[in-house]
Design a protein. Structure first.
Length: 368
């Protein structure tokens, strides 16, 4: 039976055939890993109907033999540039119309390779692998994401039991990562966002050395990464002191907007229209000016993948897509509330993969 990586390469070959390409040069590290199983970096994959060659350097000779023994390998030493070796491999393959990842191959690298293959016609294929292949997860990938959620959710539970007014935002990030690593995670899926009080009005805030103190809320946006590099992405807003009416109102609006959007998820649904469900609800409650980012995104080997929930998105949901749903309201000088869960699109509708409670009552976490 073909390996999952061989199956992915066959799918890419079919896409290449549709675009009348002789070959494709894959230069994005994540896409090389997705197609080969290689976990290193700074390497390319040349794929043709008859050939699959990983172009790398001597640091990875043994690693390539172990991780993808079925593939051909072209290894450079310290005296040869990667562009020169890539040009040589392309020239020997005899291809004439070559697809390339124009979103990841810098212009100077393209020019360096082109010098060695002057007769090749280069065709930009931005996002081909991301949108046509990686956006729909196979059973193994979904299982990895489920495992990442086990690490993330249990790590969060452990962090909640440790929180105190004296703990800094940065210490909370460290303790969360430590808990997830002890459970088996590779680490954070991305730098965690841990923001107290008015700092939670900054959606992509970086934790500081400030103590959590007695602020009313604590926004935690985090995820775990498995050893095979699959990730998850969650947010909970904890109520860490006596809430006022405004906090109760904002929390309730965000939660209802999220629930309405998740209920609409299913195959064939427009990502733009699902974004609009949450966005319009928040606007109707007179908080529209305070929700500026997209409703959510796909994730997997990277934390931001296709599809995207946004007013600009043309994506349509398919079974196997895994997405975040994360509306938020951010009030400068006061704080912010975001609630984020992970959802699998199924043939019959959807499955919410994350299981942490998100009700207003469950958010109470008074600090001693």
């Amino acid at each position: 039976m073909p390996t999952r990586h061989a199956t992915r390469r066959q799918s890419l070959l079919r896409l290449m055939q549709e675009q009348k390409l002789d070959a494709i040069l894959v230069t994005d590290d994540t896409n090389v890993s997705y197609l080969t199983g290689f976990s290193g970096d700074s390497s390319y994959l040349l794929l043709t109907p008859k050939l699959a060659v990983v172009i790398s350097d001597s640091r990875y000779t043994t690693q390539l033999q172990k991780e993808c023994p079925e593939l051909d390998r072209a290894i450079r030493d310290a005296g040869r540039a990667l562009s020169e070796l890539a040009g040589s491999v392309i020239q020997k393959s005899g291809v004439r119309k070559l697809g390339m990842e124009s979103s990841s191959l810098p212009v100077d690298s393209l020019e360096s390779i082109s010098k060695h293959v002057p007769g090749v016609e280069w065709v930009g294929c931005p996002g081909l692998i991301e949108s046509k292949l990686r956006s729909v997860k196979d059973e193994g990938e979904i299982a990895e994401i489920r495992q990442a959620l086990v690490y993330a959710q249990e790590g969060f539970r452990q962090l909640k039991s440790m929180l105190s007014p004296r703990m800094t935002e940065f210490e909370a990030s460290y303790e969360l990562e430590h808990a997830m690593r002890k459970l088996g995670a590779r680490g954070h899926a991305f730098p965690a966002i841990i923001a107290k009080g008015d700092r939670a009005a900054m959606p992509h805030y970086f934790p500081s050395q400030q103590p959590i103190g007695q602020s009313r809320l604590l926004l935690i946006d985090w995820g775990a990464e498995t050893m095979s590099r699959y990730r998850c992405d969650l947010t909970r807003t904890l109520i860490t002191a006596e809430p006022d009416d405004r906090l109760a109102t904002v929390y309730g609006v965000v939660l209802e907007a999220q629930q309405l959007a998740m209920q609409a998820i299913g195959p064939g649904q427009s990502c733009k229209e699902i974004d609009a469900i949450a966005r319009n609800f928040i606007a109707d409650k007179e908080f529209g000016d305070y929700f500026g980012h997209g409703l959510g995104h796909g994730f997997g080997l990277k934390i931001h993948e296709q599809p995207r929930f946004s007013p600009l998105s043309n994506d349509v949901l398919e079974p196997g897509m895994v997405v975040t749903v994360e509306p938020g309201i951010y009030l400068p000088g006061w704080g912010g509330v975001r609630i984020e869960d992970n959802v699998l699109v199924t043939s019959a509708g959807h499955e919410v993969l994350s299981s942490l409670p998100s009700s207003f009552e469950s958010a109470f976490c008074p600090l001693a």
